[in-house]
Design a protein around this ligand. Structure first.
Ligand code: GTP
Ligand code: MG
Length: 412
């Protein structure tokens, strides 16, 4: 895995009416033929993503979208898909043509403003004539800054790139640290990584790599062992580690093998804090204790991986949940970027770690669940609860533990 993961790239989305030149602009900005361009409105039907290195920002992900002024059933579905992209971009380029602003741009602007997304208005096709004062006025009201460009001649594109670079730090949602604050310089963490059939061939998975990297960045140390070697590894150490971090699936054994005075958590709980909001996800886990046969649970996956025979989200978690509840649960899976708008049929949502998506995307899901009153947790928090060790695994996050205990109390 040499490439920067998508979830760590600045997401830049291009939005606007059909035919304004969004795809042309993405091609001009990336210097590549990323997206199909034509003079027929509605050329881009599905979001197109292009990861590139953009000096001086670094790794970014451009997302081209379908024009959002469509009518009719097909248009409706496209509009919906484009709007889900709105939720997860850090920076929005609202592209308009010479004929300027209409109700569609107004609606886009409103949504972007409600989400506090940094928005640049890009007036394209400047080669056809200078924008009118009325258009400039409307653009000023809609975005943080307005730029006039021509994707065709390249005019204004350098300034646009510089503006994107300047606004990138403001646009990016700050991520809390993954682990560095828990393992200070000079300290040691022991990582417990099972190598089972589910482990990818010849490599470690993203959260494990990210944890190792951040520990090294903190000038701390780590020791990586499989679950069977953990007791021996701990015995060999002259002084106890600052933290034991294990895969959720071996949390029961790791908790039993780690002396209680040594803090223990899971990779998945670290990801819950990094990508989402651990306090809300911990509170959401309390809903597991209230599940009854016949209830419906939504499993949210973000990466759309090929499911394994004993897949964690599709097989193991539903099985453990059913054992916990006494059977009869209905579980649905929302794979990839699709996540239902209407969450009301669900008593609980269990979301994967989200290592391939941005923090903004995870928070948007949490907000959607929260606004519909549906509790949401993640795989790792749920597994630790089902194994009966959640309070232990949340030991180094007192606020999350309190949120969990409080949510438990409310439900009783
Ligand atoms: N004159 C001029 N034409 C442009 C410019 N940028 C794009 N076009 C043309 O405008 C038409 C639409 O361009 P696209 O890039 O496909 O527009 P889009 O916004 O992606 O359109 P949809 O995918 O349908 O939403 C094409 O014929 C382009 O060649 C520009 O700067 N100047
Ligand atoms: Mg297009």
């Amino acid at each position: 895995m040499q490439d920067t993961p998508r979830g760590l790239r600045l997401h830049i989305g291009l939005f606007g009416r059909r035919n304004v030149g969004k795809s042309s602009l993405i091609n001009a900005l990336t210097g590549q033929n990323v997206s199909i361009v034509s003079d027929i409105p509605g050329t881009t039907t599905d979001p197109v993503e292009k990861p590139i290195e953009m000096a001086p920002i670094g790794p970014v992900l451009f997302v081209d979208t379908a024009g959002i002024d469509d009518d009719g059933a097909l248009g409706g579905e496209r509009v919906r898909r484009t709007e889900t992209i709105l939720e997860r971009v850090d920076l929005a380029l609202l592209v308009v043509g010479p004929d300027g602003f209409g109700p569609f741009e107004a609606r886009l602007t409103e949504t972007l403003r409600a989400r506090s997304t940094t928005t640049l208005v890009v007036i394209n096709k400047s080669d056809l004539g200078a924008p009118t004062p009325a258009l400039l006025e409307a653009a000023k009201a809609a975005g943080r800054e307005t730029l006039t460009v021509s994707a065709q001649t390249g005019a204004g594109l350098d300034v646009l790139k510089q503006t994107i670079a300047r606004l990138a730090p403001e646009a990016r949602l700050e991520e809390p640290r993954l682990v560095g604050d828990l393992v200070p310089a000079g300290e040691l963490a022991v990582l417990v990584v099972p190598i089972d059939l589910g482990a990818p061939k010849g490599r470690l998975i993203l959260p494990q790599i990210q944890v190792i990297r951040e520990i090294l960045d903190s000038d701390a140390m780590c020791m990586v062992v499989k679950e069977r070697e953990l007791p021996d590894a701990l015995l060999r150490l002259g002084r106890p580690p600052k933290l034991v971090i294990c895969d959720s699936q071996v949390v029961l054994k790791a908790a039993a093998d780690t002396p209680p005075q040594i803090p223990l958590t899971t990779f998945s709980i670290l990801m819950a804090r990094f990508k989402g909001d651990l306090n809300r996800l911990a509170a959401g886990a309390a809903a597991i204790e209230r599940l009854r046969p016949g209830d419906r649970v939504l499993i949210g996956e973000t990466c759309g991986h090929h499911p394994l025979a004993d897949d964690i989200g599709r097989v193991k978690i539903p099985r453990w949940l059913n054992q916990y509840v006494g059977g009869g649960l209905i579980t649905d899976v929302a794979a990839g970027k699709d996540f239902p708008d209407d969450l009301s049929p669900y008593s609980l949502i269990i979301q994967c770690g989200g290592c391939t998506v941005t923090r903004r995307h995870m928070l948007a899901r949490l907000d959607r669940a929260g606004s519909q009153g549906v509790p949401m947790t993640n795989y790792g928090v749920a597994i630790s609860l089902l194994q009966g060790v959640l309070p232990r695994a949340l030991g180094c996050f007192p606020a999350a533990l309190t949120a969990f205990e409080r949510a438990r109390g409310v439900g009783q």
